[in-house]
Ligand binder design. Structure first.
Ligand code: FES
Ligand SMILES: [Fe+2]
Length: 400
């Protein structure tokens, strides 16, 4: 056997299934302070230092099919235009007019070959320059050159669009380099967003995210929907720098989504035989299936409120049959998520009582610990009150 990524996974899975005790040399995970899920101070630290400095998923190129196509990124109290300019380039701007601050675009998606403010009709080009000001004579000192739209960093990798509010962040391609190891030549860029669904939840964003980063609960919560298709005992995990991770789990024959599996076959044994799930820090998760899959993100709407955005990723096609298939997949994804979801609000209520100062995590829950460590590195450990910090123990256990 050569040591190609696929063969490494087969070998690691065989070893994992044979494992009878805690892996030697792997740190015991310290407990996680519950205050990270309940204290306003920690929420503020995340807002200031983590969300405003991380690469954040903002869409897929298929959502901006032509010149002038746009969508609004409206999370974290922001409104950001993500658009394809008349030159074909994808850019992002704050959705804020430089006159008196009106939002330029009010519809969440659409086409705008220029951006014309709905308030006093200042007009901007698709690359963000202030072009026209009605009754310009009344603004004697206006420097139009310096009144363009406020740009937001925006980069695209494998067709996925990300934004970053921090101009000093590492380039997206470097940030997501681990995808090269894990996805090989999986053509994410050829996919199409078939549906986008927003699901609001009464819990901290991490309470919801945690659930998707471990397979420990699958045999209990997803007895009929996922458990028959995945061999939970085979679950192997690789941690990557920047807080990313990959979970691989052997499939038991059939795929969760019943479908013609030509696409699966064409993409080779890695994705056909395994469920390959990736966490891209901080909040983007997808369990890649060549048939089609859910691309999920979780966003805070407050300390105890969050929203999960599910994009159903599929392949080109526009027949009646095709539409019915993706609608079916959407329903199936939402039904599976529902099996988890009803647990979150009661769980959050438990955390909010303060009766549980810490959470205990097992080896198969180490991705939960890993991303918490990364949050602290973003915030700066010294900026976090001691009772809310996690110990840094996993940095020497990454695969890159
Ligand atoms: S606020 Fe946009 S033109 Fe006045
Ligand atoms: Fe689940």
């Amino acid at each position: 056997m050569n040591d190609s990524p696929v063969n490494k996974i087969y070998t690691a899975i065989t070893e994992e299934k044979a494992r009878t005790s805690y892996p030697e040399g792997f740190p015991h995970l310290p407990e996680v302070p519950v205050g990270r899920y309940t204290e306003p101070e920690f929420y503020q630290l995340e807002m200031e230092h983590m969300w405003k400095k991380s690469w954040l998923h903002a869409g897929h190129i298929s959502e901006l099919p032509k010149e002038g196509s746009y969508k609004l990124f409206e999370q974290l109290g922001l409104s950001i235009i993500v658009s394809r300019g008349l030159d074909g380039q994808i850019r992002a701007f704050h959705n804020i007019c430089r006159h008196r601050g009106s939002a330029l675009l009010l519809e969440k998606t659409g086409t705008a070959r220029r951006f014309v403010c709905p308030y006093h009709a200042w007009g901007y080009t698709s690359d963000g320059k202030l072009q026209t000001v009605p009754e310009e004579r009344n603004f004697p000192c206006l420097d139009k050159e310096n009144r363009g739209l406020l740009p937001v960093r925006c980069e695209v990798v494998r067709g996925m669009i990300y934004i970053n509010l921090n101009d000093d962040a590492v380039p997206l391609a470097e940030y997501l380099a681990f995808e090269g190891i894990e996805l090989g030549d999986f053509p994410l860029e050829d996919m199409v967003v078939k549906h986008e669904v927003h699901v609001e939840m009464d819990c901290n964003w991490k309470t919801a995210l945690d659930n998707f980063l471990e397979i420990y609960h699958v045999p209990v919560v997803h007895t009929k929907s996922i458990a028959p298709y995945l061999d939970a005992q085979s679950n192997i995990i690789d941690l990557y720098r920047h807080g990313h991770a990959r979970l691989a789990t052997a499939k038991r024959g059939a795929t969760i989504f019943q479908a013609n599996t030509d696409a699966a076959d064409s993409l080779g044994p890695l994705f056909k035989d395994h469920n390959i799930a990736l966490l891209r820090f901080p909040n983007t998760f997808s369990a890649i299936d060549p048939v089609g899959f859910a691309w999920q993100t979780w966003w805070p709407m407050g300390l105890n409120k969050s929203v999960m955005v599910v994009s159903v990723m599929g392949w080109q096609g526009d027949s009646e049959e095709d539409r019915a298939f993706w609608e079916g997949m959407k329903q199936q994804i939402l039904a599976i998520a529902k099996e988890d979801q009803h647990l979150f609000a009661p769980l959050q209520r438990s955390l909010n009582t303060g009766l549980l100062p810490n959470m205990v995590l097992g080896y198969q829950e180490r991705v939960l610990y890993w991303y918490q460590e990364q949050i602290d590195r973003h915030i700066g450990v010294e900026n976090i009150p001691e009772h809310l910090r996690v110990k840094q123990v996993l940095a020497d256990h990454t695969s890159d």
